[in-house]
Design a binder for this molecule. Structure first.
Ligand code: CP
Length: 306
């Protein structure tokens, strides 16, 4: 039962909960017009204390496509946070105005803190380098639509695995399904956090770490590329040294499987050459479309709309 619940991290949802959302998302793909007035009279609040294109606008698109409305802000400077209001007071106030909240904040743990001050479902739309569960639902729908399964996959994650909250959430999610293997591809300084490896070892889930994408390309069923995130670095020198560590080109894909699926949460800077966009294995712009669909399904479920 998902009605009335919050989504703070992907592990808040069981496999059954995720199946419910995937099934509803697939129904929406088949017949979007059937859902166009499901949320009439409902209001979504988008509280974005950090920049976003896809997450904020796909949430807004989702509620509009369901016949609902949306209010919110896209930067903390245009809210009373700029006058010193606490996050708790902001969230408590806005939960009087809306039926459901999507919130992005630069601080890890901000969503966990906020959920105790809301009276409506709260969706974490990204909290610092911690979690981004609705991107994970987007990634899962993309995987289901392209590979037809969440099982028996070799999943390569490449780039900034240290600060990449989408990576952390996706590994947690795909760890729930049997016989998946993870390949972590990153420079030494941006390796996957130790707590994630401890978790994988505790579940006997196979993983390898490498700095060389070319050495593992041929094994992968999914390649999840990520951006080196300038905003998470403490000094510019380190960012400049690491930002071009991996640039995916058609030449580098020569050894890849014919049915590889290349995902990226976007935005990209230059880690995927534009020439790759027209390769049928590139699904990152389809992923953007699935982001709206899956958020429609999530809103319906959390609001308990039949
Ligand atoms: N994927 C993602 O979170 O993109 P935005 O930062 O544009 O929302």
């Amino acid at each position: 039962m998902l009605s009335g619940r919050d989504l703070i991290e992907i592990n808040d949802f069981s496999k059954e909960d995720i199946s419910e959302i995937m099934d509803l998302a697939q129904d929406i793909i088949k017949s979007p017009e059937s859902f166009s007035s499901c949320c009439t009279g409902k209001i979504l609040g988008t509280l974005f204390f950090e920049p976003s294109t896809r997450t904020r606008l796909s949430f807004e698109s989702a509620i509009h496509r369901l016949g609902g409305d949306c209010i919110g802000f896209s930067e903390s400077a245009s809210s009373s946070t700029a006058k010193g209001e606490s996050l708790a007071d902001t969230v408590k106030t806005i939960s009087n105005y809306v039926d459901i909240i999507a919130m992005r904040h630069p601080k890890e743990g901000s969503a966990t803190l906020s959920k105790d001050f809301t009276t409506v479902p709260l969706i974490n739309a990204g909290d610092g380098g911690h979690q981004h569960p609705t991107q994970t639902l987007t990634d899962l729908l993309t995987i289901m639509q392209t590979k037809g399964t969440f099982e028996n996959l070799t999943i390569g994650l490449c780039g900034d695995l240290k600060f990449g909250r989408t990576v952390h959430s996706l590994v947690k999610a795909m760890s729930m399904y049997p016989n998946n293997k993870f390949v972590f591809i990153s420079p030494e300084e941006l390796k996957i956090p130790e707590y994630i490896k401890i978790n994988l070892r505790s579940k006997n889930i196979e993983f390898v770490e490498t700095e060389k994408l070319s050495s593992v390309m041929g094994e992968l069923d999914i390649l999840y590329m990520t951006r080196v995130q300038r905003e998470r670095f403490f000094n510019e020198e380190d960012y400049i040294r690491l930002k071009d560590s991996y640039i995916l080109t058609l030449e580098k894909l020569e050894d890849a499987k014919k049915d590889l699926a290349i995902l990226h949460p976007l935005p990209r800077v230059n880690e995927i050459a534009v020439e790759v966009d027209s390769d049928p294995r590139a699904v990152y712009f389809k992923q953007v479309k699935y982001g709206v669909i899956v958020r429609m399904a999530l809103i319906l479920k959390l609001l308990g709309v039949k």
